[in-house]
Design a protein around this ligand. Sequence first.
Ligand SMILES: Cc1cc2nc3c(=O)[nH]c(=O)nc-3n(C[C@H](O)[C@H](O)[C@H](O)COP(=O)(O)OP(=O)(O)OC[C@H]3O[C@@H](n4cnc5c(N)ncnc54)[C@H](O)[C@@H]3O)c2cc1C
Length: 381
Amino acid sequence: MSLYEVDVERHDRVLEMTRDFVKKEIPPELVRETDRNDQYPLDLIKKLCAVGLMGVNVPEEFGGMGGDVIDVMLMYEEISKRMPVLSWAAGNITLYGNEILLVNGNREQQEKYLPKLLNGEMLFCLAITEPDAGSDAANIKTRAVLQNGTYLINGNKMFISGAGVSDITVTMTRTAESRYKGITSFLVDTKSEGYSAKSIKKLGYNGSDTCEVYYENVEVKADAIVGGEAGLNNGWNQMMNTLNSERLALSACALGIAQAAVDDILSFAKEHFKFGAILNQDIQHTIVEMATEVEAARQLAYYAARKETKGQECIKETSMSKYYTTETAKKVVATGLKILGEYGALEAVDMQRYLRDVLILSVGGGTTQIQKNIVAKTLGM
Ligand SMILES: Cc1cc2nc3c(=O)[nH]c(=O)nc-3n(C[C@H](O)[C@H](O)[C@H](O)COP(=O)(O)OP(=O)(O)OC[C@H]3O[C@@H](n4cnc5c(N)ncnc54)[C@H](O)[C@@H]3O)c2cc1C
Protein backbone atom coordinates (compact mmCIF):
# COMPACT_ATOMS: atom_id res chain seq x y z
CA MET A 1 0.00 0.00 0.00
CA SER A 2 1.22 3.47 -0.81
CA LEU A 3 2.36 5.58 2.09
CA TYR A 4 0.01 8.29 0.89
CA GLU A 5 -2.95 6.11 -0.15
CA VAL A 6 -4.94 8.87 -1.88
CA ASP A 7 -4.23 10.97 -4.99
CA VAL A 8 -1.08 8.97 -5.66
CA GLU A 9 -0.58 10.40 -9.13
CA ARG A 10 -0.43 14.00 -7.93
CA HIS A 11 1.77 13.05 -4.97
CA ASP A 12 4.19 11.36 -7.35
CA ARG A 13 4.22 14.43 -9.58
CA VAL A 14 4.98 16.73 -6.63
CA LEU A 15 7.75 14.41 -5.48
CA GLU A 16 9.31 14.27 -8.91
CA MET A 17 9.10 18.04 -9.42
CA THR A 18 10.69 18.66 -6.03
CA ARG A 19 13.48 16.14 -6.59
CA ASP A 20 14.26 17.72 -9.96
CA PHE A 21 14.27 21.16 -8.37
CA VAL A 22 16.62 20.14 -5.57
CA LYS A 23 19.00 18.43 -7.98
CA LYS A 24 19.08 21.34 -10.41
CA GLU A 25 18.90 24.38 -8.14
CA ILE A 26 20.38 23.49 -4.75
CA PRO A 27 24.03 22.43 -4.81
CA PRO A 28 25.29 21.48 -1.32
CA GLU A 29 27.75 24.39 -1.31
CA LEU A 30 24.88 26.89 -1.70
CA VAL A 31 23.26 25.41 1.42
CA ARG A 32 26.46 25.82 3.45
CA GLU A 33 26.90 29.36 2.18
CA THR A 34 23.32 30.30 3.18
CA ASP A 35 23.96 28.88 6.64
CA ARG A 36 27.24 30.80 6.98
CA ASN A 37 25.81 34.10 5.69
CA ASP A 38 22.45 33.77 7.44
CA GLN A 39 20.79 35.05 4.29
CA TYR A 40 17.11 34.54 3.43
CA PRO A 41 16.95 32.32 0.28
CA LEU A 42 14.72 34.68 -1.71
CA ASP A 43 16.12 33.65 -5.10
CA LEU A 44 15.25 30.02 -4.48
CA ILE A 45 11.77 30.94 -3.24
CA LYS A 46 11.18 32.82 -6.50
CA LYS A 47 12.41 29.80 -8.46
CA LEU A 48 10.04 27.55 -6.49
CA CYS A 49 7.25 29.94 -7.51
CA ALA A 50 8.37 29.83 -11.13
CA VAL A 51 8.05 26.03 -11.31
CA GLY A 52 4.65 26.18 -9.60
CA LEU A 53 5.56 24.42 -6.36
CA MET A 54 4.53 27.31 -4.12
CA GLY A 55 0.98 26.77 -5.33
CA VAL A 56 1.09 23.15 -4.23
CA ASN A 57 -1.76 23.57 -1.70
CA VAL A 58 -3.82 26.11 -3.67
CA PRO A 59 -6.91 25.14 -5.70
CA GLU A 60 -6.56 25.19 -9.47
CA GLU A 61 -9.09 28.05 -9.77
CA PHE A 62 -6.45 30.32 -8.18
CA GLY A 63 -3.68 28.94 -10.37
CA GLY A 64 -2.37 26.35 -7.92
CA MET A 65 -1.78 22.60 -8.14
CA GLY A 66 -4.86 21.70 -6.09
CA GLY A 67 -2.84 19.59 -3.67
CA ASP A 68 -3.39 18.64 -0.04
CA VAL A 69 -1.27 18.56 3.10
CA ILE A 70 0.41 15.33 1.98
CA ASP A 71 1.71 17.15 -1.11
CA VAL A 72 3.03 19.91 1.13
CA MET A 73 4.74 17.33 3.34
CA LEU A 74 6.32 15.49 0.43
CA MET A 75 7.71 18.76 -0.87
CA TYR A 76 8.93 19.88 2.57
CA GLU A 77 10.56 16.53 3.33
CA GLU A 78 12.34 16.40 0.00
CA ILE A 79 13.61 19.99 0.24
CA SER A 80 14.65 19.51 3.88
CA LYS A 81 16.88 16.60 2.96
CA ARG A 82 19.06 19.12 1.15
CA MET A 83 18.18 22.57 2.54
CA PRO A 84 15.98 22.67 5.66
CA VAL A 85 15.89 26.46 5.77
CA LEU A 86 14.31 26.62 2.33
CA SER A 87 11.32 24.64 3.60
CA TRP A 88 11.05 27.00 6.54
CA ALA A 89 11.15 29.98 4.18
CA ALA A 90 8.59 28.32 1.89
CA GLY A 91 6.23 28.60 4.86
CA ASN A 92 6.14 32.34 4.11
CA ILE A 93 4.02 31.39 1.13
CA THR A 94 2.48 27.96 1.63
CA LEU A 95 1.61 28.14 5.35
CA TYR A 96 1.34 31.75 6.43
CA GLY A 97 0.00 32.89 3.05
CA ASN A 98 -1.91 30.18 1.15
CA GLU A 99 -3.08 28.13 4.11
CA ILE A 100 -4.23 31.04 6.26
CA LEU A 101 -6.06 32.74 3.39
CA LEU A 102 -7.68 29.54 2.12
CA VAL A 103 -8.85 28.37 5.53
CA ASN A 104 -9.71 31.69 7.17
CA GLY A 105 -9.62 34.49 4.57
CA ASN A 106 -12.65 35.79 2.70
CA ARG A 107 -13.04 35.59 -1.07
CA GLU A 108 -11.85 39.16 -1.59
CA GLN A 109 -8.63 38.53 0.37
CA GLN A 110 -8.03 35.24 -1.45
CA GLU A 111 -8.45 36.89 -4.86
CA LYS A 112 -6.29 39.83 -3.88
CA TYR A 113 -3.33 37.95 -2.42
CA LEU A 114 -3.16 34.34 -3.64
CA PRO A 115 -2.00 35.15 -7.20
CA LYS A 116 0.74 37.41 -5.82
CA LEU A 117 1.90 34.75 -3.37
CA LEU A 118 2.00 32.15 -6.12
CA ASN A 119 4.04 34.21 -8.52
CA GLY A 120 6.56 35.29 -5.89
CA GLU A 121 5.50 38.94 -5.69
CA MET A 122 4.54 38.67 -2.01
CA LEU A 123 5.56 36.90 1.18
CA PHE A 124 3.47 36.54 4.35
CA CYS A 125 4.58 35.85 7.90
CA LEU A 126 2.61 34.99 11.03
CA ALA A 127 3.06 36.94 14.25
CA ILE A 128 1.60 35.26 17.31
CA THR A 129 4.47 34.93 19.81
CA GLU A 130 5.32 37.77 22.22
CA PRO A 131 7.88 38.09 25.02
CA ASP A 132 5.21 36.84 27.48
CA ALA A 133 3.16 34.72 25.11
CA GLY A 134 4.98 31.74 23.62
CA SER A 135 3.59 28.38 24.66
CA ASP A 136 0.77 30.30 26.29
CA ALA A 137 -0.21 32.00 23.02
CA ALA A 138 -3.57 33.25 24.33
CA ASN A 139 -1.67 35.57 26.67
CA ILE A 140 -0.94 38.04 23.84
CA LYS A 141 -0.90 41.72 24.82
CA THR A 142 -0.48 43.42 21.42
CA ARG A 143 -3.61 45.52 21.11
CA ALA A 144 -5.74 46.71 18.22
CA VAL A 145 -8.03 49.56 19.26
CA LEU A 146 -10.77 50.94 17.02
CA GLN A 147 -10.63 54.74 16.70
CA ASN A 148 -12.66 56.70 14.14
CA GLY A 149 -13.09 53.71 11.83
CA THR A 150 -9.40 52.69 11.94
CA TYR A 151 -7.65 50.12 14.15
CA LEU A 152 -4.46 51.25 15.87
CA ILE A 153 -2.06 48.41 16.66
CA ASN A 154 0.52 48.70 19.46
CA GLY A 155 2.76 45.97 20.82
CA ASN A 156 5.75 43.71 20.29
CA LYS A 157 6.11 40.25 18.72
CA MET A 158 9.04 37.81 19.05
CA PHE A 159 10.67 35.11 16.89
CA ILE A 160 8.66 35.88 13.77
CA SER A 161 9.97 33.92 10.77
CA GLY A 162 10.47 36.06 7.71
CA ALA A 163 9.16 39.31 9.23
CA GLY A 164 12.03 41.32 7.76
CA VAL A 165 11.36 40.17 4.19
CA SER A 166 7.58 39.77 4.18
CA ASP A 167 5.03 42.13 2.68
CA ILE A 168 2.19 41.16 5.01
CA THR A 169 2.46 40.17 8.65
CA VAL A 170 -0.61 38.26 9.82
CA THR A 171 -0.74 39.76 13.30
CA MET A 172 -2.70 38.34 16.22
CA THR A 173 -3.95 41.12 18.44
CA ARG A 174 -6.13 41.56 21.48
CA THR A 175 -9.37 43.30 20.59
CA ALA A 176 -11.44 42.35 23.66
CA GLU A 177 -10.74 41.14 27.19
CA SER A 178 -11.97 37.56 26.76
CA ARG A 179 -8.87 35.30 26.73
CA TYR A 180 -9.85 33.24 23.69
CA LYS A 181 -12.77 35.21 22.23
CA GLY A 182 -10.97 38.56 22.29
CA ILE A 183 -8.30 37.87 19.67
CA THR A 184 -8.33 39.19 16.10
CA SER A 185 -5.86 38.60 13.27
CA PHE A 186 -5.00 41.45 10.92
CA LEU A 187 -3.24 41.47 7.56
CA VAL A 188 -0.70 44.17 8.34
CA ASP A 189 1.18 45.76 5.45
CA THR A 190 4.83 45.81 6.52
CA LYS A 191 5.32 49.17 4.80
CA SER A 192 2.86 50.76 7.25
CA GLU A 193 4.16 53.63 9.33
CA GLY A 194 5.08 52.46 12.84
CA TYR A 195 5.89 48.87 11.80
CA SER A 196 9.47 47.65 12.15
CA ALA A 197 11.28 44.31 12.27
CA LYS A 198 14.72 43.54 13.67
CA SER A 199 16.59 40.33 12.83
CA ILE A 200 17.65 37.98 15.64
CA LYS A 201 20.76 35.77 15.39
CA LYS A 202 20.15 32.18 16.41
CA LEU A 203 21.65 28.70 16.68
CA GLY A 204 20.23 27.10 13.53
CA TYR A 205 17.87 27.52 10.61
CA ASN A 206 20.13 30.36 9.58
CA GLY A 207 18.57 32.30 6.74
CA SER A 208 15.00 32.04 8.03
CA ASP A 209 15.03 35.72 9.02
CA THR A 210 13.70 35.37 12.56
CA CYS A 211 12.71 38.81 13.83
CA GLU A 212 11.46 40.82 16.70
CA VAL A 213 8.60 43.01 15.47
CA TYR A 214 7.37 46.34 16.82
CA TYR A 215 4.04 48.07 16.22
CA GLU A 216 3.72 51.72 17.16
CA ASN A 217 0.30 53.10 16.28
CA VAL A 218 0.17 51.02 13.10
CA GLU A 219 -3.09 51.87 11.31
CA VAL A 220 -5.20 49.16 9.69
CA LYS A 221 -8.70 49.22 8.26
CA ALA A 222 -11.41 46.74 9.22
CA ASP A 223 -11.14 45.05 5.82
CA ALA A 224 -7.65 43.88 6.89
CA ILE A 225 -9.17 41.55 9.49
CA VAL A 226 -8.55 37.98 8.36
CA GLY A 227 -11.93 36.76 7.12
CA GLY A 228 -13.40 40.29 7.23
CA GLU A 229 -16.05 41.17 9.78
CA ALA A 230 -16.60 37.52 10.69
CA GLY A 231 -12.97 37.38 11.86
CA LEU A 232 -13.42 39.99 14.59
CA ASN A 233 -12.59 38.32 17.93
CA ASN A 234 -12.32 35.00 16.11
CA GLY A 235 -8.53 34.88 15.73
CA TRP A 236 -8.04 32.04 18.21
CA ASN A 237 -10.43 29.70 16.38
CA GLN A 238 -8.83 30.68 13.10
CA MET A 239 -5.38 29.73 14.42
CA MET A 240 -6.69 26.38 15.67
CA ASN A 241 -7.98 25.68 12.15
CA THR A 242 -4.48 25.87 10.68
CA LEU A 243 -2.45 24.18 13.42
CA ASN A 244 -2.78 20.61 12.13
CA SER A 245 -1.27 21.63 8.80
CA GLU A 246 1.62 23.46 10.48
CA ARG A 247 2.43 20.51 12.75
CA LEU A 248 2.42 18.16 9.78
CA ALA A 249 4.57 20.44 7.63
CA LEU A 250 7.11 20.74 10.46
CA SER A 251 7.02 16.96 10.94
CA ALA A 252 8.01 16.63 7.29
CA CYS A 253 10.90 19.06 7.84
CA ALA A 254 12.13 16.85 10.70
CA LEU A 255 11.81 13.72 8.57
CA GLY A 256 13.84 15.33 5.79
CA ILE A 257 16.70 16.24 8.12
CA ALA A 258 16.62 12.85 9.85
CA GLN A 259 16.68 11.04 6.49
CA ALA A 260 19.60 13.18 5.33
CA ALA A 261 21.46 12.19 8.50
CA VAL A 262 20.84 8.50 7.83
CA ASP A 263 21.89 8.84 4.17
CA ASP A 264 25.06 10.75 5.07
CA ILE A 265 26.07 8.33 7.79
CA LEU A 266 25.48 5.38 5.49
CA SER A 267 27.85 6.82 2.87
CA PHE A 268 30.41 7.63 5.55
CA ALA A 269 30.19 4.20 7.18
CA LYS A 270 30.49 2.34 3.87
CA GLU A 271 33.74 4.16 3.16
CA HIS A 272 35.11 4.28 6.66
CA PHE A 273 34.34 0.89 8.17
CA LYS A 274 35.22 -2.34 6.47
CA PHE A 275 31.93 -4.23 6.61
CA GLY A 276 32.34 -7.86 5.62
CA ALA A 277 36.11 -8.12 6.14
CA ILE A 278 36.06 -6.91 9.71
CA LEU A 279 32.37 -6.87 10.48
CA ASN A 280 31.61 -3.88 12.61
CA GLN A 281 28.27 -5.01 13.90
CA ASP A 282 27.84 -2.32 16.50
CA ILE A 283 27.99 0.43 13.87
CA GLN A 284 25.75 -1.56 11.53
CA HIS A 285 23.11 -2.07 14.18
CA THR A 286 23.21 1.57 15.22
CA ILE A 287 22.60 2.67 11.63
CA VAL A 288 19.80 0.14 11.26
CA GLU A 289 18.19 1.58 14.39
CA MET A 290 18.50 5.10 13.00
CA ALA A 291 16.88 4.10 9.70
CA THR A 292 14.11 2.17 11.48
CA GLU A 293 13.26 5.03 13.81
CA VAL A 294 13.02 7.48 10.90
CA GLU A 295 10.74 5.10 9.00
CA ALA A 296 8.52 4.60 12.06
CA ALA A 297 8.27 8.37 12.52
CA ARG A 298 7.42 8.78 8.82
CA GLN A 299 4.59 6.25 9.07
CA LEU A 300 3.12 8.12 12.04
CA ALA A 301 3.36 11.48 10.28
CA TYR A 302 1.69 10.32 7.06
CA TYR A 303 -0.93 8.38 9.02
CA ALA A 304 -1.84 11.64 10.76
CA ALA A 305 -1.80 13.43 7.39
CA ARG A 306 -4.15 10.90 5.82
CA LYS A 307 -6.61 11.51 8.65
CA GLU A 308 -6.32 15.26 8.09
CA THR A 309 -6.94 14.94 4.33
CA LYS A 310 -10.03 12.83 5.03
CA GLY A 311 -11.37 15.49 7.38
CA GLN A 312 -11.13 13.18 10.41
CA GLU A 313 -10.37 14.36 13.94
CA CYS A 314 -6.57 14.20 14.22
CA ILE A 315 -5.27 16.67 16.82
CA LYS A 316 -3.89 13.76 18.84
CA GLU A 317 -2.08 12.29 15.82
CA THR A 318 -0.68 15.58 14.49
CA SER A 319 0.66 16.51 17.93
CA MET A 320 2.14 13.02 18.36
CA SER A 321 3.70 13.43 14.94
CA LYS A 322 5.21 16.88 15.62
CA TYR A 323 6.82 15.77 18.87
CA TYR A 324 7.87 12.30 17.73
CA THR A 325 9.37 13.29 14.38
CA THR A 326 11.35 16.19 15.85
CA GLU A 327 12.58 14.21 18.86
CA THR A 328 13.47 11.28 16.58
CA ALA A 329 15.36 13.63 14.28
CA LYS A 330 17.31 15.01 17.26
CA LYS A 331 18.22 11.52 18.42
CA VAL A 332 19.19 10.29 14.97
CA VAL A 333 21.35 13.33 14.22
CA ALA A 334 23.09 13.14 17.62
CA THR A 335 23.87 9.47 16.94
CA GLY A 336 25.14 10.41 13.49
CA LEU A 337 27.54 12.90 15.05
CA LYS A 338 28.80 10.24 17.43
CA ILE A 339 29.51 7.84 14.56
CA LEU A 340 31.32 10.57 12.60
CA GLY A 341 33.76 11.06 15.47
CA GLU A 342 36.24 13.82 14.75
CA TYR A 343 34.67 14.51 11.31
CA GLY A 344 31.44 15.56 12.99
CA ALA A 345 33.13 18.66 14.35
CA LEU A 346 34.05 19.98 10.90
CA GLU A 347 32.12 22.93 9.52
CA ALA A 348 32.22 21.35 6.06
CA VAL A 349 30.37 18.28 7.36
CA ASP A 350 26.62 18.89 7.32
CA MET A 351 25.71 16.82 10.39
CA GLN A 352 26.53 19.69 12.78
CA ARG A 353 24.12 21.93 10.85
CA TYR A 354 21.43 19.23 11.02
CA LEU A 355 21.84 19.22 14.80
CA ARG A 356 21.54 23.00 15.07
CA ASP A 357 18.42 22.93 12.89
CA VAL A 358 16.62 20.07 14.64
CA LEU A 359 17.17 21.61 18.07
CA ILE A 360 15.13 24.58 16.89
CA LEU A 361 12.54 22.48 15.09
CA SER A 362 11.31 21.03 18.37
CA VAL A 363 10.57 24.57 19.64
CA GLY A 364 8.97 26.40 16.66
CA GLY A 365 5.33 25.55 15.97
CA GLY A 366 4.77 24.48 19.59
CA THR A 367 7.37 22.74 21.73
CA THR A 368 7.56 19.01 22.41
CA GLN A 369 6.20 19.58 25.91
CA ILE A 370 3.20 21.48 24.57
CA GLN A 371 2.48 18.74 22.00
CA LYS A 372 2.60 16.20 24.84
CA ASN A 373 0.18 18.35 26.87
CA ILE A 374 -2.22 18.29 23.91
CA VAL A 375 -1.92 14.52 23.50
CA ALA A 376 -2.43 14.07 27.26
CA LYS A 377 -5.70 16.00 27.00
CA THR A 378 -6.93 13.83 24.13
CA LEU A 379 -6.16 10.78 26.28
CA GLY A 380 -8.36 12.20 29.03
CA MET A 381 -5.51 13.24 31.37
C1 LIG B 1 13.18 29.42 14.77
C2 LIG B 1 11.87 29.84 15.34
C3 LIG B 1 10.91 30.38 14.53
C4 LIG B 1 9.70 30.80 15.04
N1 LIG B 1 8.79 31.36 14.20
C5 LIG B 1 7.65 31.88 14.71
C6 LIG B 1 6.73 32.57 13.87
O1 LIG B 1 6.93 32.67 12.66
N2 LIG B 1 5.64 33.13 14.44
C7 LIG B 1 5.38 33.03 15.77
O2 LIG B 1 4.37 33.55 16.21
N3 LIG B 1 6.23 32.37 16.59
C8 LIG B 1 7.36 31.81 16.09
N4 LIG B 1 8.23 31.14 16.92
C9 LIG B 1 7.97 31.10 18.34
C10 LIG B 1 7.61 29.71 18.85
O3 LIG B 1 6.31 29.37 18.46
C11 LIG B 1 7.79 29.77 20.35
O4 LIG B 1 9.18 29.90 20.60
C12 LIG B 1 7.28 28.52 21.04
O5 LIG B 1 5.88 28.48 20.98
C13 LIG B 1 7.72 28.46 22.50
O6 LIG B 1 7.51 29.66 23.16
P1 LIG B 1 8.68 30.35 24.01
O7 LIG B 1 9.91 30.34 23.17
O8 LIG B 1 8.17 31.63 24.50
O9 LIG B 1 8.95 29.36 25.19
P2 LIG B 1 8.12 29.26 26.55
O10 LIG B 1 6.68 29.18 26.26
O11 LIG B 1 8.60 30.32 27.46
O12 LIG B 1 8.60 27.85 27.08
C14 LIG B 1 9.88 27.64 27.69
C15 LIG B 1 9.99 26.17 28.05
O13 LIG B 1 8.96 25.81 28.97
C16 LIG B 1 8.18 24.75 28.46
N5 LIG B 1 6.77 24.97 28.81
C17 LIG B 1 6.08 26.11 28.71
N6 LIG B 1 4.80 25.93 29.09
C18 LIG B 1 4.69 24.62 29.44
C19 LIG B 1 3.63 23.81 29.92
N7 LIG B 1 2.41 24.30 30.09
N8 LIG B 1 3.87 22.49 30.15
C20 LIG B 1 5.12 21.97 29.96
N9 LIG B 1 6.16 22.70 29.53
C21 LIG B 1 5.96 23.99 29.26
C22 LIG B 1 8.37 24.80 26.95
O14 LIG B 1 8.12 23.55 26.35
C23 LIG B 1 9.81 25.24 26.84
O15 LIG B 1 10.64 24.13 26.97
C24 LIG B 1 9.42 30.66 16.42
C25 LIG B 1 10.40 30.08 17.25
C26 LIG B 1 11.59 29.66 16.72
C27 LIG B 1 12.60 29.04 17.65
